[in-house]
Design a protein around this ligand. Structure first.
Ligand code: PLP
Length: 420
């Protein structure tokens, strides 16, 4: 297990990985001694009750007094369930999501045998409402997926505009807030983003991942439906479960059967210490992450050697090294990534549309775009999802500076050969 990146350290500033809170680890571990199963009350009475309470806390965070929902093994299962319900209510109709939506939406739609299409984004990685309307006019769209915090760049789709279109074109709205959902309680969002969060109460279904920003160990996603009546779609007859009582067994409203009750215990306990509400310590920590991202973005913007991507709407920063062409910038990104790792700073790489970085679109593209796809560039990406990142920005910056100087000192011929 020593063969891992130092996820706990603020110098790990790469992928979307955040260590669970010590309390969550402890509660999860203690519950494991009983190993409750939240499929049915027979398998875990206390942990099922804790799940109902913890899920109600999450629903309340979005302003929902009534809801139907439960925990899942993760965001993918939660999205599958939301789109499964959408497909039953809109049989055969198309699901649309932006080109920056999580890749699993396309795959999930295939599993559900529902048609799926993507809608283009603006230069900040947000679903373009103009292009959405163009598609809606053609008809046949049953569900629009809005992403509240895209996985690559943390961009917030313009939910108010999508809700306006809903009035005219009548479709379901599913919000994939697996990553960004908890920013609901933050107070540092820019106006545009806040508007979208404030509209979340109007969507039909919503997914949030407590194992991303919610300080939980893996195996903790959550799906919420605004209309509890969708519960009827789950109706089935099982001869061997649900004998113990007339109360709601979570397995009656869930696609999955056996699930770790320990995940509910971890989340419930964490909510006691750090309730997901505005103005609390949990919300403060999210604001600190966002300020870390803004601080890094500011330094990158002020440095001639870099071209920043869009200003962060949450806590993800993307940038490329300034170079003669996207191909050269991509090469340099990979060199800086490797040099930084050697110096103990762990960043991530991402393949994003060249236009996200404005100017340097001339010259050879990084990769030949597949037909129908736009040209991309390999960029550097940093997810600053630990509050400790804020105090570490000077250290992150000085290491990035050293790594960049090393990469720029490497002869280009050598690096090109290495690429082959
Ligand atoms: C992470 C993520 C998912 C997938 O969730 P898992 O918990 O990894 O299964 C889906 N959508 C978005 C926007 C995400 O960031």
């Amino acid at each position: 297990m020593a063969d891992n990146y130092p996820y706990h350290s603020p110098m790990y500033a790469g992928q979307m990985l955040k260590p669970p809170h010590p309390l969550a680890r402890l509660a999860y571990g203690l519950a494991m001694h009983i190993n409750p199963n939240n499929h049915a009350l027979d398998g875990g009475r206390a942990s099922s009750q804790m799940e109902k309470e913890a899920v109600a806390d999450l629903a309340a965070m979005f302003g929902w007094k009534r809801h139907l929902g439960h925990l899942t093994s993760g965001g993918t299962m939660a999205n599958l369930e939301a789109l499964w319900v959408a497909g039953q209510l809109r049989p055969g109709q198309t699901i649309v999501a932006s080109t920056q939506a999580h890749y699993t939406h396309t795959r999930i739609s295939k599993v559900l045998q529902l048609p799926c299409e993507t809608i283009g984004c603006d230069d900040r990685g947000r679903l373009d409402p103009g292009l959405l309307e163009k598609r809606l006019k053609k008809g046949g769209v049953g569900t629009v997926v809005v992403t509240i915090g895209t996985t690559a760049t943390g961009s917030i789709d313009p939910l108010p505009e999508v809700i306006d279109l809903q009035k005219q074109y009548n479709f379901r709205i599913h919000a994939d807030a697996a990553y960004g959902g908890y920013y609901m309680v933050a107070s540092s969002l820019e106006r545009e983003a806040r508007r979208s969060y404030d509209c979340l109460r109007h969507v039909d279904s919503l997914v949030i991942d407590p194992h991303k920003h919610g300080l939980q160990p893996y195996g903790c996603g959550c799906v919420l439906f605004r209309d509890p009546a969708v519960g009827r779609l789950y109706k089935h007859d099982s001869p061997y479960t649900y004998f113990s009582s007339q109360e709601l067994h979570l397995g009656e409203i869930s696609l999955e059967c056996s699930r770790a009750g320990a995940a509910a215990v971890g989340l419930w306990a964490t909510h006691r210490l750090l309730p997901p509400v505005r103005g609390g310590a949990f919300a403060d920590n999210l604001d600190t992450c966002r300020h870390a991202a803004l601080a890094l973005f500011e330094r990158i913007t002020a440095d001639e050697r870099f071209v920043p991507g869009m200003p962060p709407q949450l806590d993800i920063v993307t940038w490329i090294p300034r170079a003669a062409s996207p191909a050269a910038a991509s090469r340099l990104s990979r060199q800086i990534f490797a040099a930084a790792a050697k110096l103990g700073l762990h960043l991530a790489l991402a393949e994003l549309p060249t236009r996200f970085f404005g100017a340097p679109t001339a010259g050879a593209p990084a990769r030949k775009p597949r037909s129908g796809h736009e040209p991309t560039v390999t960029c550097l990406r940093s997810v600053l999802m630990k509050p400790e990142h804020f105090d570490a920005i000077p250290a992150i910056w000085s290491t990035l500076d050293r790594a960049t100087r090393r990469a720029l000192a490497q002869p280009a011929i050598l690096s090109r050969r290495r690429q082959k």
